[in-house]
Structures are given as C-alpha cells and as structure tokens.
Design a protein around this ligand. Structure first.
Ligand code: ADP
Length: 486
C-alpha cells in the first residue's frame, strides 16, 4: 500500500517510538529503585532499630534485676544508684520504642512492658524504703522476690514477643524487596528485549521501504542503459523516491523521444547526403562515358549540377561542423557596430536566383535611419541566410518574402523579422522548431534540410544577448523574428 510518509518522518517517528520505549523502561526502573530504597530505609531505620531496642531493653532489665538483688543483699548504695540509672535508661529506650511502634499489637505489647516496668520500679522503691526504716520480715521479702521475678520474666517474654514480631516484619519486607528486585529485573529485561526487537523490526522495515524502491530504480536504470525502456516505473512510496521515479520516467520518455529522433535523423541525414552524392556520381559517370561529347550544352548543364550538389554537400557538412562547435561552447564573436541593411542585401543577392526561379518576390523594409547594431556580422549573416533559405524552401512558387527591421525599447534593441507566405508551422511545433534535429511534420511530405538551421540561429542570437522566436499561421505563412542590441 502506498504511504505518503516521507523518509525523514519515518525515521523520526521510528526513533521516537524506540526512545519512548526506552524512556518508559527507564522510568519504571527508577520507580522500582526508589521503592527498593524506601523499603531498605524502613528496614534499616525502623524494623532493625526496633529489634535492637527490644533486645537492649531485655538486657537493661536483666542488669537492673541483678543490681536490685545485689543492693538488697549488700545494702551498698552503689547498686541502688546503678539500679536507678538502669531504670532511667530503660525508660528512655521504651520511649524511643514508643516512637517507632506502628501497629496496634506492638503498641499493646509495649504498653504492657511499660506498665510492668513501672510496677517493678514502684515495688522496688517501696521495698527499698522499707529496708531503710525497719527490718523486713523474711516472708515479705520472699513474696517481693517472687513478684519481681515474675514481672521480669513476663516483661522479658513480652519484649521477646516484640522482637519476634519486628523481626518477622523485617523478614517480610526483605522478602518483598527481593520479590520487587526480581520483578524489576524481569521488567527491565522485557523492556530491553522489546526495545531491541522494536529497533530491529523498525530498522528492517525502514531499510526495506527505502531499499526495495531503490533496487527497482537501479534495475530500471540498468534496463534503460541497455536500451530497454519498457513500462514506466510505478513507485508509490516513500514520496521522495516516488518523485525520483516520476522524474526518472520523464527522463526515460525524453530519452526514448531523443532515441527515436536520432534514428529518424540519421536516416534523414543519410538521405540528405546521399541524394547529391548519387546525383554527382551519375553526372560524372555520364561525362566520363562521353555520352554528351557532341552536346556541349548538356555537358555544361551536368557540370553545373555537379557544382551545385557539391556546394549543397559542403553547406550541409559545414552546418554540422558549425553546430557541433557551438554545442561544445566554441563560438568566437567579433562584435562590432555595423549597419544591417548591407548585410541583408548581400543575402538577398545570394538567393535572388532561387527566388526568381520560384517567382517569389523578396522585399526589404528597413528604415534608412535604423541605428547600427552590435554584432558579429559574419555570424548574423549566417542567421539571415538560414532564415531566408527556410523561407524560400517552405514558400510555394509565387509567394512573398519580406525582411523588415525596426528599433525597439527606445532604440536599445533592433528587431529583424523574416516573413513569408509559405506553408506555416502548426501551433504545437512553434516552440520545437529551434530544437536541434527537429523537423516539423505538417503532413505535406519531407523537405530537404539538416534540422540544424534554426538551432544554429538560436545559438548565435543567444551569444549576442538577443532573443529569437517564431509566429505562424498554418497555410498562411510564418514570421521568424530576432532581436539584437543596438
Ligand atoms: P532544416 O535545415 O531541416 O530546415 P531548420 O532548423 O532550419 O532545419 O528548420 C527546422 C524545421 O522548422 C523545418 O524542418 C521546418 O519544418 C520548420 N521551418 C523552419 N522555417 C520554416 C518556415 N519558414 N516555414 C515553415 N516551416 C519552417
């Protein structure tokens, strides 16, 4: 299916798509990493700290219990102070724990620890006060001991429970982190694989969509080089190559046309050269065989014919040579200011015999005050000669040819026109007559010529900085006009 998307847009949109996929995968990875970081932060700053604090509380409780016992056994005030310091440290740790607890269950456990510790301290202070004021009976001491040991055991149990819950939570989070990292590794891998597949697919598609039409164009070029024009190349997309293909088709059409023109032209030119050569050969054979030995009049006629045909041949060959030199850019102009009239009259003189033979009236319409023109007189003579010879060639007997000249553009230019009452040129052929080898077929049969006369005229006039054009009406005549700087 032909698509109108240019090569540039295809490349840009493909690479944009790849960039979007890579960006999305990058964003997903960044999101995963930040989630990963958050969980690690929670584990290290929260759960691990809770476990540490619970264990520290257990240790402090055991140490406080030991200091308390030592105090009651030895009555040493150092142990009393030690106990109070440990109790203050325990309260501090419990407060820290309270700031960290995040579930109802943990809060409950912590509250029960705080309550027990409070009770423990109160019992201790009470017993310490009693020990200081009186001798405490042994059964009371034993009851006190049992109660305190129970509190210590219960609190230790509760703290262990807190530690267990926190470490379970920490393990859950670590498992979550692990699962997350596996998930993100999978996602990154999948997005990378998708990006690579996409990149390969897009590159292959893009390359194909450019390569296929280019190889068709290459094959077609090879075929045309072999001279096989075939059907026009039909390439739908991409637009750049479609335009290239249509330019290529136009070039092929022109080449085909030129090819055909070349074939026609060679056959025409061979005929053009062969006709006078055959006439010369026939005439000289007759003279050689002495057919007209007794008829000097006939001999002269044959000699004139030989001379005229030789001149015609020389003219044709000179034209070919002049044209090939002009085409290769070799044209030296010797520009001088000169009047036009003498040049035109010289040419009329040259063609007067032919004009008389065809009973064609040739008139000159050049005002006496026409300013001189800047020209290479020799070259402009060739121009007038070509235009006049065409006019004579394409005008039937009894016609009229006029050469007129007028100043134009406030005297900056001079326009010279050769008008005939000949067969005329069809509208479609007017522009083409100045093309090399172009001979307009107006359906009235072939007329001699090399098809180069007007192309030479155009070269010379362009080299002078002027312009040449044709107007014509089929069946009524033509006017060829050229302008020169005055
Ligand atoms: P050629 O040497 O074959 O005449 P030109 O280049 O001088 O070549 O002319 C090209 C074609 O232009 C001629 O073959 C003819 O068809 C047409 N042409 C030129 N001059 C005239 C004219 N005065 N009247 C009609 N057709 C003309």
């Amino acid at each position: 299916m032909a698509s109108n998307v240019s090569i540039l847009s295809r490349l840009i949109s493909s690479y944009l798509l790849i960039i979007v996929v890579v960006l999305l995968s990058g964003l997903y990875t960044i999101w995963n990493l930040s989630e990963f970081n958050r969980l690690i932060r929670v584990v290290t700053s929260h759960d691990t700290r809770m476990i540490e604090l619970s264990q520290e509380c257990q240790d402090i409780l055991i140490s406080a219990n030991a200091s308390e016992r030592k105090y009651f056994v030895s009555g040493d005030e150092t142990y009393l102070r030690q106990f109070r310091d440990l109790e203050a440290a325990l309260t501090g740790k419990l407060n820290e724990l309270a700031a960290l607890v995040d579930t109802e269950k943990k809060r409950e456990l912590l509250e029960s620890v705080r309550g027990a510790c409070g009770r423990y301290a109160a019992l201790f202070e009470d017993m310490a006060a009693q020990t200081g004021s009186r001798r405490v009976p042994a059964d009371e001491v034993a009851r006190y001991r049992i109660e305190q040991d129970l509190i210590v055991a219960d609190t230790g149990q509760t703290l262990r429970e807190l530690t267990r819950i926190s470490s379970d939570e920490r393990d859950d989070k670590l498992r979550e982190i692990e699962a997350n990292s596996v998930r993100s590794a999978d996602a990154i891998l999948i997005s990378l694989v998708v990006a690579v597949i996409l990149m390969i697919a897009i590159s292959v598609l893009n390359t194909q969509s450019i390569n296929v039409p280019i190889s068709r164009l290459r094959e077609k070029t090879k075929a045309v080089a072999r001279g096989d024009f075939g059907d026009p190349l039909d390439i739908g997309s991409p637009p750049e190559i479609r335009e290239l293909a249509s330019a290529f088709n136009a070039m092929c059409d022109r080449l085909r046309e030129l090819d055909q023109m070349k074939i026609d032209y060679i056959s025409h030119l061979s005929h053009e050269l062969r006709t006078p050569l055959t006439a010369i050969r026939e005439a000289s054979s007759m003279l050689e065989e002495g057919l007209f030995n007794e008829m000097p009049e006939k001999q002269r006629e044959l000699q004139t014919l030989i001379r005229e045909d030789c001149e015609r041949l020389i003219r044709s060959v000179t034209r070919l040579l002049d044209f090939s030199m002009m085409e290769s850019g070799i044209m030296h102009l010797t520009v001088q200011e000169a009047p036009l009239r003498p040049l035109v009259e010289r040419n009329l003189q040259r063609f007067s015999a032919v004009a008389q033979r065809k009973r064609i009236d040739m008139r000159v319409d050049i005002p006496p005050d026409l300013p001189p023109v800047r020209m290479d007189a020799e070259k402009i003579e060739v121009v007038v000669e070509n235009l006049l010879s065409n006019a004579l060639k394409f005008t039937d007997d009894g016609g009229l040819i006029t050469i007129s000249a007028r100043p134009r553009d406030d005297g900056k230019l001079v326009e010279v026109a050769v008008t005939d009452t000949g067969r005329g040129i069809p509208e479609s052929g007017l522009k083409e007559v100045f093309e090399k080898f172009k001979r307009i077929d107006d359906g009235r049969g072939a007329v001699r010529g090399t098809g180069l006369g007007l192309a030479i005229v155009k070269h010379i006039i362009k080299a002078h900085g002027g312009r040449v054009w044709a107007d014509s009406e089929l069946g009524r005549g033509s006017t060829f006009t050229f302008s020169l700087p005055a």
